[in-house]
Ligand binder design. Structure first.
Ligand SMILES: [Zn+2]
Length: 209
Protein backbone atom coordinates (compact mmCIF):
# COMPACT_ATOMS: atom_id res chain seq x y z
CA UNK A 1 0.00 0.00 0.00
CA UNK A 2 1.24 3.51 -0.70
CA UNK A 3 0.76 6.39 1.76
CA UNK A 4 -2.55 7.46 0.25
CA UNK A 5 -3.97 3.95 0.40
CA UNK A 6 -2.83 3.67 4.01
CA UNK A 7 -4.66 6.90 4.90
CA UNK A 8 -7.75 5.65 3.08
CA UNK A 9 -7.60 2.59 5.30
CA UNK A 10 -7.25 4.89 8.37
CA UNK A 11 -10.42 6.73 7.38
CA UNK A 12 -12.19 3.37 7.22
CA UNK A 13 -10.94 2.43 10.68
CA UNK A 14 -12.16 5.82 11.89
CA UNK A 15 -15.70 5.15 10.81
CA UNK A 16 -15.72 1.53 11.98
CA UNK A 17 -14.06 1.92 15.36
CA UNK A 18 -15.07 5.35 16.57
CA UNK A 19 -13.21 6.47 19.63
CA UNK A 20 -16.55 7.15 21.31
CA UNK A 21 -18.14 4.45 23.44
CA UNK A 22 -21.62 5.77 22.65
CA UNK A 23 -24.11 6.15 25.46
CA UNK A 24 -22.10 4.08 27.92
CA UNK A 25 -21.00 6.81 30.26
CA UNK A 26 -22.13 10.24 29.15
CA UNK A 27 -24.58 11.30 26.50
CA UNK A 28 -22.70 11.64 23.22
CA UNK A 29 -25.50 11.62 20.66
CA UNK A 30 -24.71 14.91 18.96
CA UNK A 31 -20.99 14.30 19.11
CA UNK A 32 -21.41 10.83 17.63
CA UNK A 33 -23.51 12.21 14.77
CA UNK A 34 -20.88 14.87 14.06
CA UNK A 35 -18.06 12.32 14.24
CA UNK A 36 -19.88 10.02 11.81
CA UNK A 37 -20.40 12.85 9.35
CA UNK A 38 -16.74 13.86 9.51
CA UNK A 39 -15.59 10.24 9.23
CA UNK A 40 -17.72 9.74 6.13
CA UNK A 41 -16.52 12.96 4.47
CA UNK A 42 -12.91 12.09 5.31
CA UNK A 43 -13.34 8.72 3.66
CA UNK A 44 -14.68 10.36 0.47
CA UNK A 45 -11.80 12.85 0.45
CA UNK A 46 -9.20 10.11 0.99
CA UNK A 47 -10.77 8.11 -1.84
CA UNK A 48 -10.40 11.13 -4.14
CA UNK A 49 -6.80 11.60 -2.96
CA UNK A 50 -5.97 8.00 -3.91
CA UNK A 51 -7.38 8.74 -7.38
CA UNK A 52 -5.42 12.00 -7.56
CA UNK A 53 -8.64 14.03 -7.94
CA UNK A 54 -9.41 17.43 -6.40
CA UNK A 55 -10.62 17.30 -2.81
CA UNK A 56 -14.43 16.97 -2.62
CA UNK A 57 -16.38 19.41 -0.45
CA UNK A 58 -16.05 18.73 3.23
CA UNK A 59 -16.72 20.73 6.37
CA UNK A 60 -14.15 22.60 8.47
CA UNK A 61 -14.56 19.96 11.17
CA UNK A 62 -12.84 17.46 8.88
CA UNK A 63 -9.86 19.81 8.40
CA UNK A 64 -9.70 20.32 12.17
CA UNK A 65 -9.93 16.57 12.79
CA UNK A 66 -6.93 15.69 10.57
CA UNK A 67 -4.73 18.66 11.43
CA UNK A 68 -5.25 17.77 15.09
CA UNK A 69 -4.31 14.16 14.28
CA UNK A 70 -0.98 15.41 12.89
CA UNK A 71 -0.27 17.31 16.11
CA UNK A 72 -1.43 14.30 18.15
CA UNK A 73 0.65 11.80 16.15
CA UNK A 74 3.93 13.53 16.92
CA UNK A 75 3.23 13.73 20.66
CA UNK A 76 1.98 10.14 20.70
CA UNK A 77 5.21 8.80 19.15
CA UNK A 78 7.36 10.79 21.58
CA UNK A 79 5.29 9.62 24.55
CA UNK A 80 5.47 5.96 23.47
CA UNK A 81 9.22 6.30 23.08
CA UNK A 82 9.42 4.88 19.55
CA UNK A 83 12.20 5.67 17.06
CA UNK A 84 11.06 9.13 16.03
CA UNK A 85 12.84 9.15 12.65
CA UNK A 86 10.85 6.08 11.60
CA UNK A 87 7.63 7.23 13.27
CA UNK A 88 7.78 10.64 11.56
CA UNK A 89 8.46 9.17 8.16
CA UNK A 90 5.95 6.31 8.27
CA UNK A 91 3.15 7.63 10.49
CA UNK A 92 3.23 11.42 10.89
CA UNK A 93 4.19 12.29 7.31
CA UNK A 94 1.25 10.57 5.51
CA UNK A 95 -1.18 12.23 7.95
CA UNK A 96 0.51 15.58 7.35
CA UNK A 97 0.17 15.10 3.57
CA UNK A 98 -3.52 14.26 3.91
CA UNK A 99 -4.18 17.27 6.17
CA UNK A 100 -2.48 19.43 3.54
CA UNK A 101 -4.66 17.95 0.83
CA UNK A 102 -7.79 18.79 2.84
CA UNK A 103 -6.62 22.25 3.80
CA UNK A 104 -3.17 23.43 2.71
CA UNK A 105 -1.40 25.14 5.55
CA UNK A 106 0.95 24.86 8.43
CA UNK A 107 0.89 22.54 11.35
CA UNK A 108 -0.69 24.00 14.49
CA UNK A 109 1.72 23.92 17.46
CA UNK A 110 2.39 20.26 18.32
CA UNK A 111 0.78 18.72 21.39
CA UNK A 112 3.09 18.20 24.31
CA UNK A 113 4.67 14.86 25.04
CA UNK A 114 3.06 13.16 28.06
CA UNK A 115 5.15 11.59 30.77
CA UNK A 116 3.08 8.88 32.47
CA UNK A 117 1.71 5.36 32.25
CA UNK A 118 0.57 4.25 28.77
CA UNK A 119 -3.08 4.53 29.88
CA UNK A 120 -2.56 8.09 31.08
CA UNK A 121 -0.70 9.01 27.90
CA UNK A 122 -3.57 7.72 25.76
CA UNK A 123 -6.31 9.54 27.66
CA UNK A 124 -4.34 12.76 28.21
CA UNK A 125 -3.56 12.98 24.50
CA UNK A 126 -7.18 12.10 23.66
CA UNK A 127 -8.29 15.10 25.71
CA UNK A 128 -5.64 17.35 24.14
CA UNK A 129 -6.60 16.15 20.64
CA UNK A 130 -10.31 16.81 21.26
CA UNK A 131 -9.55 20.30 22.60
CA UNK A 132 -7.46 21.06 19.53
CA UNK A 133 -10.23 19.81 17.18
CA UNK A 134 -12.70 22.14 18.94
CA UNK A 135 -10.29 25.06 18.76
CA UNK A 136 -9.46 24.60 15.06
CA UNK A 137 -13.12 23.99 14.15
CA UNK A 138 -14.05 27.26 15.86
CA UNK A 139 -11.26 29.06 14.04
CA UNK A 140 -11.99 27.67 10.57
CA UNK A 141 -15.74 27.26 10.55
CA UNK A 142 -17.61 29.48 12.91
CA UNK A 143 -21.03 28.82 11.33
CA UNK A 144 -20.64 25.07 11.31
CA UNK A 145 -19.32 25.24 14.83
CA UNK A 146 -22.41 27.15 15.88
CA UNK A 147 -24.67 24.62 14.20
CA UNK A 148 -22.89 21.88 16.10
CA UNK A 149 -23.09 23.55 19.49
CA UNK A 150 -24.84 20.52 21.04
CA UNK A 151 -21.85 18.39 20.04
CA UNK A 152 -19.46 20.98 21.45
CA UNK A 153 -21.28 21.01 24.79
CA UNK A 154 -21.16 17.21 24.93
CA UNK A 155 -17.44 17.27 24.12
CA UNK A 156 -16.80 19.72 26.92
CA UNK A 157 -18.74 17.60 29.41
CA UNK A 158 -16.84 14.55 28.21
CA UNK A 159 -13.47 16.23 28.66
CA UNK A 160 -14.36 16.97 32.26
CA UNK A 161 -15.17 13.33 33.10
CA UNK A 162 -12.11 12.03 31.23
CA UNK A 163 -9.90 13.99 33.58
CA UNK A 164 -10.73 11.56 36.39
CA UNK A 165 -8.41 8.54 36.05
CA UNK A 166 -10.09 5.22 36.81
CA UNK A 167 -13.61 6.61 36.32
CA UNK A 168 -16.04 4.54 34.22
CA UNK A 169 -15.70 7.08 31.39
CA UNK A 170 -11.91 6.86 31.54
CA UNK A 171 -12.03 3.07 31.32
CA UNK A 172 -14.65 2.99 28.56
CA UNK A 173 -12.60 5.39 26.46
CA UNK A 174 -9.36 3.59 27.08
CA UNK A 175 -10.96 0.33 26.02
CA UNK A 176 -12.37 1.76 22.81
CA UNK A 177 -9.08 3.56 22.05
CA UNK A 178 -7.12 0.34 22.41
CA UNK A 179 -9.37 -1.47 19.94
CA UNK A 180 -9.12 1.51 17.61
CA UNK A 181 -5.29 1.68 17.77
CA UNK A 182 -4.83 -2.03 17.07
CA UNK A 183 -6.74 -1.59 13.81
CA UNK A 184 -5.30 1.82 13.01
CA UNK A 185 -1.62 0.83 13.19
CA UNK A 186 -2.02 -2.41 11.23
CA UNK A 187 -1.39 -1.15 7.65
CA UNK A 188 1.67 0.99 8.50
CA UNK A 189 4.92 -0.68 7.40
CA UNK A 190 6.71 -0.30 10.75
CA UNK A 191 9.92 -2.18 11.41
CA UNK A 192 9.65 -5.34 13.48
CA UNK A 193 11.27 -3.53 16.41
CA UNK A 194 8.83 -0.61 16.35
CA UNK A 195 5.83 -2.90 15.96
CA UNK A 196 6.95 -4.92 19.00
CA UNK A 197 7.50 -1.71 20.97
CA UNK A 198 3.99 -0.45 20.13
CA UNK A 199 2.35 -3.79 20.95
CA UNK A 200 4.12 -4.07 24.30
CA UNK A 201 3.20 -0.48 25.12
CA UNK A 202 -0.49 -1.03 24.26
CA UNK A 203 -0.45 -4.18 26.38
CA UNK A 204 0.70 -2.12 29.36
CA UNK A 205 -2.17 0.30 28.74
CA UNK A 206 -4.57 -2.63 28.76
CA UNK A 207 -3.52 -3.50 32.32
CA UNK A 208 -5.22 -0.30 33.54
CA UNK A 209 -8.64 -1.63 32.46
ZN1 LIG B 1 -12.47 17.15 0.77
Amino acid sequence: MNNREIILSCTRVNSQYMRLPAGKVVSLEAMTALYKRIASQSHDCAQAWVQDSPCPDHEPGADAFWWAVVAWADAFGLSMGVDMAEWSRLFVYPHDQFANYLRPGNLPPPLEEVDGSPADVIITLDVAWTELVLKLTARWGFLHHFKDRAAVLEAQRLLAVLRTPGSPAYKAFLESDLTFFRHLFKPFPFSEQTREHINAWLKRAEEAL
